[in-house]
Structures are given as structure tokens and as C-alpha cells.
Design a protein around this ligand. Structure first.
Ligand SMILES: [Zn+2]
Ligand SMILES: [Zn+2]
Length: 262
């Protein structure tokens, strides 16, 4: 079975394509279960997300398509939510309480630095990367401990512009993966890194191997921001997962976990 749980639409403002065009592409690619996970509306970084007034339309359109194509594909309704430990009030209770299939928790900011945005790439020169990695991993850990999210998005996103984690932080990576295992939060294999300067999926083979050893669940996501990205890099990610020992992955309906063979 083939599942893809991480996909954006034009509602995120930095993505394109109608919601229906993604569904048609997913059917064409032979995907069995396809999840929409647009960025959550939030009073922060509004340039890259839907507004609260659009959220209703998003859920209605995804649910309409779920019905329309139910014989061909299973559509899931989700959100990718930003986690900022210093701004917990941004985690909107209305969204947390909305019946969704799952929430992907993601860290895209250190303090208020959007580190994966090419617009702010100059900031890297001013930073100590060992400290940044420690801070980033601590955010991921807090996010997993919050139990608000079913999935951790792009676990090692901070490497996006080729700042891979230094050896001295590997103990911290292990610690965070242990927290994922304990809290049964899934680790996403996200293909979008293959399209970025780093040129590899999130997470790295080394991290994925450690996750497997610790018994962490995995999911697959193409993190599509346009129709052509749907299903992109899946074969690479699937083979990588198998090569470290995984033969099963998970998905979620109504925030309940289901295990499947891939
Ligand atoms: Zn993301
Ligand atoms: Zn995303």
C-alpha cells in the first residue's frame, strides 16, 4: 500500500494548484491514501499560510473531494502546525479541537528566525550551528512531549542549506528519538529535502537507522507544494526505509493510528 500524508495547496500562498488537481495526480500515481496538511492559520508569519477565514473552506473542499473520489482513493484531512515553544499561545485551541485525521508538528523557527526560508539565509553567518542544532532538537523534543501531534515533520530540517548536524549533537538526536518512541509520535520520511540544496530526504539515513533501532513509527510524505510534487521521491524514501529495516509504516484516521505494509 502507498500512503502520502504531507501535502500543501495554494491556500498556503507559497504553493500552487487546486485541491482537486492534487487528488487527480495522487490517483494517477497509484497512491492509496492521500492526506492534505496545509499550514495552520495563525497570527504569525501570515504570508505563508491560510487565514482563519479560509480554514472552513479548506476543510469543506477536502471533505467534498473525499466523498467524490472515495472509490478511487482515501483522502485524509490534516494540518501541518508550527510549534514555537516560546509562543505557545499561537497553538490555537479551535484548531486543536477541530476533528482532523492527524496533526503534523513542525519546527520552522528558532526564536523568530524562519531558518528554512531562503529570504533569511543571511542569518546563518551570524549563528553558531552547534547551538542552533541543540536548540532546534530541544524544540522537537518539547513538541513530541506535548502529545498534541501524531507526526513530527521533517525531523532534521535545519540541514536544508547544508548545515548538517555536527557529531557532538548526535546524543541529543538519540534523546529526542527516544521521546518519539515513548510518546508513540511518528517520524516522517519527507521527500522535499531531495528538491532542496541539501539534496536528501528528511531525516538522514543515520537518523532513520537509529529511529528503527528504537522502535519509532514512520510515515511517508512528499511535502508537495505543487501538483508535480505529488509522489515525488517516494521510491527513494521507500527503499531507504526498507534498507534500514522498516517494512511497516503508519497513518491516522481521527487521530487513531493504523499500521500498514509498504
Ligand atoms: Zn514544513
Ligand atoms: Zn510542509
Amino acid at each position: 500500500m502507498r500512503v502520502d500524508l504531507h501535502n500543501h495547496t495554494y491556500l498556503c500562498k507559497h504553493a500552487s494548484g487546486t485541491i482537486e488537481s492534487y487528488v487527480l495526480q495522487a490517483i494517477e500515481k497509484g497512491i492509496d491514501i492521500f492526506g492534505f496538511s496545509c499550514h495552520n492559520p495563525m497570527d504569525y508569519d501570515e504570508k505563508y499560510r491560510m487565514g482563519f477565514e479560509e480554514f472552513d473552506g479548506y476543510t469543506k473542499e477536502v471533505l467534498r473531494l473525499k466523498q467524490k473520489y472515495q472509490d478511487k482513493i482515501e483522502i485524509l484531512l490534516a494540518l501541518e502546525m508550527d510549534f514555537l515553544p516560546h509562543r505557545m499561545e499561537l497553538l490555537d485551541k479551535r484548531l486543536l479541537d477541530t476533528p482532523l485525521d492527524y496533526l503534523i508538528g513542525s519546527v520552522h523557527f528558532l526564536d523568530d528566525w524562519g531558518f528554512d526560508n531562503p529570504e533569511f539565509i543571511g542569518e546563518y553567518k551570524k549563528r553558531n550551528m552547534r547551538e542552533c542544532w541543540m536548540e532546534y532538537l530541544e524544540c522537537i523534543k518539547k513538541m513530541a512531549e506535548s502529545k498534541l501531534f501524531q507526526i513530527v515533520g521533517h525531523f532534521d530540517l535545519l540541514k536544508v542549506f547544508n548545515h548538517t548536524p555536527p557529531k557532538e549533537v548526535f546524543f541529543k538526536i538519540q534523546e529526542v528519538l527516544q521521546v518519539l518512541a515513548q510518546n508513540q509520535v511518528a517520524l516522517e520520511i519527507n521527500a522535499s529535502g531531495l528538491r532542496k540544496p541539501i539534496g536528501e530526504q528528511y531525516p538522514s539515513r543515520e537518523i532513520l537507522q537509529e529511529a528503527y533501532n528504537l522502535g519509532v513509527y514512520i510515515t511517508f510524505g512528499s511535502d508537495a507544494h505543487q501538483q508535480e510534487h505529488v509522489g515525488f521521491g517516494y521510491e527513494t524514501c521507500r527503499q531507504l526505509a526498507q534498507s534500514v529495516g522498516y517494512h511497516q509504516a503508519v497513518f491516522f484516521r481521527n487521530k487513531k493510528r493504523f499500521v500498514y505494509d509498504f
